[in-house]
Design a protein around this ligand. Structure first.
Ligand code: HEC
Length: 125
């Protein structure tokens, strides 16, 4: 391989690296959390023995959803602060003392870790 070919290959791999990091940056700005956390949070939300969120909430890609609660969409617009969203899931009685939504954190329905993951997922919707 000549030096010219070598530097060409080098430039190409540098360009690919740059593209790769741009793609990563793009997804980071779209969602604060990484896709693994979002996927796990989504599983917990769908699990009837854990989140069971879809029994009351419509969400993109979810099937057989109930409508007892508002559709979960545009969450970053409605909850710019992730911590406010997390508090709503942990204890919805803060905003509505008569809510039918279970206090997932306050009643220990979800663990702290599960609560974080579900918040990541919901915030990505
Ligand atoms: C038994 C029905 C029910 C279940 C199950 C339920 N919710 Fe709710 N949720 C509601 C209702 C009703 C509201 C509307 C506000 C209120 O009454 O508290 C609500 C409100 C919300 C809101 C605020 C939406 C907004 O736009 O203000 C979020 C976020 C939310 N729920 C997330 C969840 C998540 C995440 C789960 C699962 C871990 C879940 N909910 C499970 C009934 C439910």
């Amino acid at each position: 391989m000549s030096t010219r070919q070598l530097s060409g290959a080098h430039r190409l791999s540098a360009a690919l690296l740059l593209l790769g990091s741009m793609a990563t940056l793009g997804s980071v700005t779209a969602h604060a959390a990484d896709s693994a956390a979002i996927a796990e949070g989504r599983e917990i939300a769908a699990d009837r023995n854990r989140g069971n969120c879809y029994s009351c909430h419509m969400a993109e890609g979810a099937e057989m959803t109930g409508n007892g609660g508002p559709p979960l969409m545009q969450m970053q617009l409605r909850f710019p602060e992730r911590e406010v969203l997390k508090a709503q899931i942990a204890d919805p009685r803060i905003r509505n003392p008569n809510t039918v939504m279970p206090p997932y954190g306050a009643h220990g329905i979800l663990t702290e870790r599960e609560l974080e993951l579900v918040t990541d997922y919901i915030h990505s919707l």
